[in-house]
Design a protein around this ligand. Structure first.
Ligand SMILES: C[S@@+](CC[C@H](N)C(=O)[O-])C[C@H]1O[C@@H](n2cnc3c(N)ncnc32)[C@H](O)[C@@H]1O
Length: 240
């Protein structure tokens, strides 16, 4: 089943109707927020990373709206095999995973700035480490691939290492609860990540997402004055 993008024209007048998306998650829930929150980025030179592209709804929006400067570049990572929630036999059919990559490629081919996009067809585990080895540095990173907590945490930490100071990282689906166990949902990972990076983050939680901006370290480490308190009793015990 193919449907044209429902909300046809974005606030800058670009025609979203030229794309074909089966899912309108981005246009219905995310795009209105992004149109406001990305205003400071418009027209600036940007290096953007997207982890999880699906049919290219967010990819095409970024290409159209944030890649207008000739020096700007974008990298998109996706296996095009769907996430865990799509792999249930009924869902594979429902999400038409077999044609996912061709739908993505068809959509991005309609973008004027498509030549600025590098597509890495790979698991984020591998692609992010490749980018790190290349010495990549990004100004804006969108994390929307696997929703399994340990995967989100992995993507968050490696991406954080590649985010410039004053750069912003956005997590999608903060409140998504596709599974009953916390370890299969993103929230616990996003929370844990923010707690670990608190000395250099500013956060803004929107309806569906968490925006995290990297700021210069504002909490210097204070040495523990009492060696007798260097070790916690059962500090790492985890309740099963
Ligand atoms: C929720 S969709 C992305 C939606 C897209 N950002 C949008 O707004 O339209 C998640 C995507 O992540 C991909 N994905 C899931 N786990 C992945 C992983 N470990 N590495 C790379 N891609 C993954 C899936 O193939 C799927 O296309």
């Amino acid at each position: 089943m193919e449907v044209k993008s429902k909300a046809r024209v974005s606030s800058d007048g670009l025609d979203r109707g030229r794309f074909t998306f089966q899912r309108s998650w981005f246009d219905e829930d995310i795009r209105p927020e992004w149109e406001t929150l990305t205003v400071p980025l418009r027209g600036t030179k940007l290096n953007i990373l997207e982890v999880g592209s699906f049919e290219g709804a967010s990819t095409t929006w970024i290409l159209d709206n944030l890649m207008t400067r000739s020096e700007s570049r974008m990298t998109a990572i996706d296996t095009f095999e769907g996430g865990m929630e799509h792999l249930d036999p009924d869902q594979v059919h429902q999400y038409d995973i077999s044609s996912l990559e061709s739908r993505f490629r068809s959509n991005i081919s309609k973008c004027e700035h498509m030549n600025k996009l590098r597509v890495m067809k790979a698991k984020s585990d591998d692609a992010l480490l490749d980018l790190r080895r290349e010495g990549a540095l990004f100004d804006f990173i969108y994390i929307d691939a696997s929703h399994v907590a340990i995967d989100v945490l992995h993507d968050a930490v490696i991406c954080w290492r590649m985010l410039s100071v004053h750069g912003t990282m956005v997590f999608d689906d903060v409140a998504w609860k596709g599974y009953m166990e916390d370890c299969y949902n993103p929230r616990i990972a996003i929370r844990s990540f923010v707690q670990c990076a608190v000395q250099e983050v500013e956060t803004k939680e929107t309806e569906a997402q968490m925006w995290v901006t990297k700021v210069p370290n504002r909490i210097p480490a204070t040495p523990n004055p009492d060696p007798a308190l260097y070790y916690w009793d059962n500090g790492l015990a985890v309740k099963q």
